[in-house]
Write a protein that binds this ligand. Sequence first.
Ligand code: DCT
Ligand code: MG
Length: 476
Amino acid sequence: MDRFKAPAVISQRKRQKGLHSPKLSCSYEIKFSNLVIFILQRKMGRTRRMFLMELGRRKGFRVESELSDSVTHIVAENNSYLEVLDWLKGQAVGDSSRFELLDISWFTACMEAGRPVDSEIKYHLMVRQEQPQSPSLNTPELEMPAFIATKVSQYSCQRKTTLNNYNKKFTDAFEVMAENYEFKENEIFCLEFLRAASLLKSLPFSVTRMKDIQGLPCVGDQVRDIIEEIIEEGESSRVKEVLNDERYKAFKQFTSVFGVGVKTSEKWYRMGLRTVEEVKADKTLKLSKMQKAGFLYYEDLVSCVSKAEADAVSLIVKNTVCTFLPDALVTITGGFRRGKNIGHDIDFLITNPGPREDDELLHKVIDLWKKQPGVDNSTCNTSEKLEMAEVKDWKAIRVDLVITPFEQYSYALLGWTGSRQFGRDLRRYASHERKMILDNHALYDRRKRIFLKAGSEEEIFAHLGLDYVEPWERNA
Ligand code: DCT
Ligand code: MG
């Protein structure tokens, strides 16, 4: 597999928004069609209700978001029988005796059993329960965290993570911590925070109490302390400290330059440099070709790539590739395939169905672009052009071109679609749980000593014994 990274300069044209927006919620198979549940939001709150609805659906129950005619069971929490009746009167549903009015403890018992349990008398809301003591509040094993503990995997490849992040204030904080540890080359702590961020991104509700994270994997002491502080104070003092740290701030700036990683940042920091401007002004520094391009197009490259820009570039890439290989398959991977509408670059995967490969393809593509007016990737002579140009009507964008042999295409697609954390966990799961080795080319079964062929991403998940996770659910 060959990979070519270059900032391509393309004409900036307005394009329509993406053709297809990703499906963000998925439907689950209904296993128990003889009952239809409605969960009352009153006194429960929207987030908890959504969480419970999602949980019920995932377990094969039919849970309606509206109080429709088909509803058979109404579930309430912390509401007395009379309160529910009162609420029902306001809903104009006619005869309310057709509903089973049940306490949340019935629902939680069903979730635990993984099937509907008999609506015994103890679960019924009744007149005498004027001051209800919800059983779910008294028996800890029935509370929300108890479900989480049994169902949330430590591997993000066994979770669904859409772009709908209910815990951004926590995950942003963890990502700052992870980045700081990355700058310090402390991989263990870096990963600890990345895993915690990824886990909280997958939760279908906002964490508001420490109880909500009880029993969750990937939540160590450091992570717990930060969550606690954010819940109590609204922000974390440790994160604030990092954000104000001189070294962190300098590394953050340096690594924002294309071609600059932790090693180079370390060197510049040791030299006493602190800002991008200071590095730029230092004419004694030896810069790589990528770094030169990084400084030259700095403003363009730090501004995000939009979906419209990705679509525009996609047309250019497809057209060029097809002049050399008419049957080639060109697919957008990376964040855009996962449904993001911004990114720091655009990732493409190219393959040619059939036996024919072209080792020279990427070079041919780049050479062709170099010759074309308006599309240019050369870094040496562009500064002169910039000075001559009156109005800059183009934008530099990072494009990753990856070419793969056709028989490895599914593995490459899975790997390059990411997210990074999802890929890490897939490889960790393969190795720790299945004794297999996964990379962007192949899957090797160490016990059977064979390579497992796959013609689709679904087949790779099946080889690993994992439920399929759609690209837009891989935003771990
Ligand atoms: N990847 C990989 N090997 C690498 C680099 C990346 O397998 N050496 C995978 C992991 C994620 C995917 O490719 C795309 O990488 P990025 O572009 O860095 O991530 P992204 O999710 O597309 O993020 P962004 O939206 O910021 O571009
Ligand atoms: Mg990308």
